[in-house]
Design a protein around this ligand. Structure first.
Ligand code: SF4
Ligand code: FES
Length: 376
């Protein structure tokens, strides 16, 4: 790994954008599953340290005042929080659009109805695989597929619009057609074909998860055909994964431009993986208002806009389109969060990233390392 670059900070950071569009409320790190690509930190927060209901209510008030439009209740597994309905009701009362991101494990029809009654606008259900054995292995759990199938039916019976989140990797990409059929069967209006992002646990398990180029090409063709076939019935979100892309995605819609995350203990983050960047020290909701943090805190201003960019981003015509890609990936792959994302073919580290992907995907898949210990 390279030494982190010591880029000069601007004396005065650029003016903040008007308002974040979305707030990701990570209510808890507790979760009944142990997916080997989990994007939560390697060190999870304890239940005893989680923000309480009143603090979350205050945060939702502040978010609405700041101009946030959508709140995504997430985790871990947000259903574990007994105050989820109260928080959804409060958010809805503030005029916020509410989305629940859930594994669906342990959902009951009564709970699904209560969530809908509280004002939930939309639910996003994760799906590990359409094969029962695979679903258990990729979730580190038991009877996963049956539980997800039941949860989808409960959410639809509660009249909640549904998105299916299919996290894809070398172990399940060959089931993509079945995933698409399952989304239709579940009554989902949208399917997110989300390739694994390699931070946190996914980076640890990268060699076991990395697909081949041929798998990606087949997946792209399947999605293209399905979009045409299912037009008007199912929206499919899909982007080529970074390790096989030539230009990076605008991660988080640009650092500190559209989203903010609050973790279970109240740290306010520009992205869910930002705690992997050691140079950043995060303010918490206990010390400062959300507006103050959004506008002025150093983790948000550090990579907001273009002032921090090195070459080739600094003089690139795409710098205000992709904002230099992903800071967490730049750190994970180069040791420098301020480097050009190696997903970009203009990065000096791009060829190395592509070679890593090809080499890992061609080798036999090692066993997964699970968060709770053990392997499979
Ligand atoms: Fe984006 Fe930087 Fe690559 Fe240009 S050089 S395309 S701004 S990552
Ligand atoms: Fe943190 Fe991309 S995941 S900026």
């Amino acid at each position: 790994m390279n030494e982190p670059s010591a880029l000069p900070q601007l004396a005065s950071p650029p003016a903040p954008p008007p308002a974040p569009m979305g707030l990701l409320a990570e209510l808890t790190h507790r979760c009944p599953l142990a997916c080997p690509y989990c994007s939560n930190p390697l060190m999870l927060e304890r239940a005893a340290d989680e923000l309480d209901t009143d603090t979350w209510r205050r945060i939702l008030d502040e978010a609405a005042k700041l101009g946030v439009l959508q709140v995504h209740f997430s985790g871990g597994e947000p259903l574990i929080r007994k105050d989820l309905e109260a928080l959804i009701a409060h958010a809805a009362g503030c005029g916020l659009y509410t989305n629940l991101i859930t594994s669906g494990i342990a959902l009951t029809q009564a709970r699904a109805n209560a969530l809908a009654d509280a004002g939930l606008d939309h639910a996003q259900l994760s799906l590990q695989d359409t094969d029962a054995q695979g679903a258990d292995r990729f979730a580190g759990s038991k009877d996963t597929l049956a539980k997800k199938t039941a949860s989808a039916a409960m959410l639809r019976a509660a009249d909640l619009p549904l998105t299916l989140n299919a996290v894809m990797h070398r172990g399940n990409l060959d089931h993509l057609e079945a995933m698409i059929e399952t989304a239709v069967h579940f009554g989902a209006g949208r399917l997110e074909v989300a390739h694994v992002q390699y931070y946190g646990w996914a980076l640890r398990n990268r060699a076991a998860l990395m697909p081949t180029r041929a798998q990606i090409d087949r997946a792209t063709a399947i999605v293209t055909a399905a979009r045409a076939r299912l037009s008007g019935a199912l929206v499919i979100d899909y982007v080529v994964p970074d390790y096989y892309a030539s230009r990076p995605k605008a991660c988080m819609g640009g650092w500190g431009q559209r989203f903010l995350n609050i973790d279970p203990v109240g740290r306010v983050l520009p992205c869910h993986a930002a705690t992997t960047i050691p140079e950043l020290v995060f303010d918490t909701v206990h010390e400062k208002s959300l507006a103050e943090i959004w506008e002025n805190s150093s983790p948000f201003t550090r990579f907001r806009g273009t002032h921090w960019m090195p070459e080739p981003c600094r003089s690139c015509e795409r710098k205000e389109m992709d904002w230099g890609g992903c800071r967490c990936q730049a750190l994970a792959l180069t040791g420098d969060a301020a480097a050009t994302d190696p997903a970009c073919s203009l990065s000096p580290r791009h060829a190395e990233m592509f070679t890593t992907a090809q080499t890992e995907a061609a080798a036999p898949a090692p066993k997964f390392i699970y968060r709770r210990g053990g392997s499979a």
